[in-house]
Design a protein around this ligand. Structure first.
Ligand SMILES: Cc1ncc(COP(=O)(O)O)c(C=O)c1O
Length: 417
């Protein structure tokens, strides 16, 4: 049994936006390689997760064990009025922060790792595998699988593996077996390394390695972002935010979050989309990975090897190798099809922020709110600061999702002022 106040805020159902989209969502497309890539999903993804991936039901009940799990990992996460930031920016309106960095693994990623691990365990699975960029998703997977008594294997993009040794350590502490990707442990990794032994790695390559590993070792593949089921699980962020704002007697004029594959932003904003057009939504991405401003809206591969099906989404191409920015979680070439559609239709505005602006924003935020935010979340903070500066006198209520803390990403400040 949860304590009453938490019970009131943690939702009992996740929200799935599919039936509320302005247009039907284009289905995943088979790549017609050696075997059907759609059939392949049946082999590597827990059945219940796959059912949720294709459901058109608006609400999915959250299993009681998962609700209790959410409480154990720190849900509901706080909604904080950022009064210091408002004062420092001389902003006339209100700024609220939904702080996903308050979960025990330090980001929103645990919101979907928990239910996926729970469903895998219920199906009698002994081990799971996934990729990770900055390490936040790998950390969440490592903890969730350990909580349900399963082994975990993580392919971590090499550039982050080298930049963030503490992340590797915490994953190992939670019992995961972590390899830098591209690795020599898979055929695909070996192929990449033979043409470039110093390859920085990408999420697309790491996904291909994880899927190959799942197929060869009868492990289940954990989905970190992009897919509908993940976005549905992440709706816990937006549903809690709505209740917390209601308690405070507030409603957003603008909602701002960062986008890698799109899961924290979509989970945060989608529960508000059916309300109508009163809220401005701003999806903040890395200027170095400008998928919405310079990418194409098309069918493209999820992973670089094209093992998984293609999705209709904004993409820079599955073989795009982004610079090694600190916001490793934003280095993905594509974005969730649901979010891509809403951006294409102009319901959500995307904007790019450079690493230099992000570092300034993170520094400002740490100095005024005390939170060392993740480099990924720094994009949302920078966009919120831009917005506050533009709307200084209009008293708009800005709600920002801070997707994670950056206590293991301090290297971003090396050599700074
Ligand atoms: C803290 C944090 N924020 C944001 C992201 C971006 O992912 P998504 O767009 O799926 O939320 C990541 C991904 O690793 C992350 O670790």
């Amino acid at each position: 049994m949860l304590t009453t106040d938490k019970m009131d805020i943690i939702p009992e159902k996740w929200y799935n936006i599919i039936p509320d989209l302005p247009e039907p969502l284009s289905p995943p497309r088979d790549n017609n390689r050696d075997s059907s890539s759609i059939d392949l999903l049946n082999r590597i993804i827990p059945k219940e997760v796959l059912r949720q991936e294709f459901t058109v039901r608006r609400f999915e009940p959250i299993p009681q064990e998962v609700i209790e799990g959410y409480e154990q990992i720190g849900r509901p996460t706080p909604l904080i009025r950022a009064r210091n930031m408002e004062r420092a920016l001389d902003y006339g309106g209100k700024i609220f922060l939904k702080f996903e960095g308050a979960t025990v693994t330090g980001s929103h990623k645990i919101n979907t790792a928990l239910p996926q691990a729970y469903y895998a365990k219920n199906e009698g699975i002994g081990s799971v595998v996934t990729e990770t960029g900055a390490g936040q998703w790998g950390t969440a997977t490592a903890l969730a699988s350990s909580l349900y008594g399963m082994k975990s294997k993580i392919f971590m993009v090499r550039t982050s593996y080298d930049q963030k040794p503490l992340r590797k350590q915490i994953m190992s502490l939670y019992g995961a077996d972590v390899s830098a990707s591209p690795s020599s442990e898979t055929e695909f990794g070996r192929r990449i390394l033979s043409s470039d032994p110093r390859h920085l790695g990408t999420l697309g390559i790491a996904i291909s390695e994880a899927v190959e590993y799942a197929l060869k070792n009868d492990a289940r593949y954990m989905l970190g972002s992009v897919m509908n089921s993940v976005v549905t699980h992440q709706s816990v962020i937006g549903l809690e935010t709505r209740k917390q704002l209601e308690i405070a007697g507030e409603y957003p004029d603008a909602m701002i979050g960062c986008v890698g594959g799109g899961s924290n932003f979509s989970g945060f904003t989608f529960p508000f989309i059916p309300d109508g057009d009163d809220i401005e939504y701003i999806a903040s991405t890395a200027e170095e990975v400008p998928k919405f401003t310079h990418g194409t809206y098309k069918y493209d591969f999820i992973d670089t090897a094209g093992i998984l099906p293609s999705l209709r989404m904004y993409s820079l191409g599955a073989d795009f190798v982004p610079p090694g920015i600190y916001a490793g979680g934003l280095r993905y070439h594509g974005a969730a099809p649901t979010l891509s559609m809403l951006i294409k239709l102009g319901k959500i505005r995307a904007e790019d922020v450079s690493q230099a602006e992000v570092i300034d924003a993170l520094r400002f935020f740490a100095n005024h709110q005390g939170i060392v935010a993740a480099p990924e979340s720094g994009h949302a903070i920078a966009s919120a600061m831009r917005y506050a500066n533009l709307h200084r006198t209009e008293k708009k209520t800005i709600v920002v999702n801070i997707s994670g803390h950056g206590l293991m990403d301090m290297k971003i400040f090396d050599g700074e002022k």
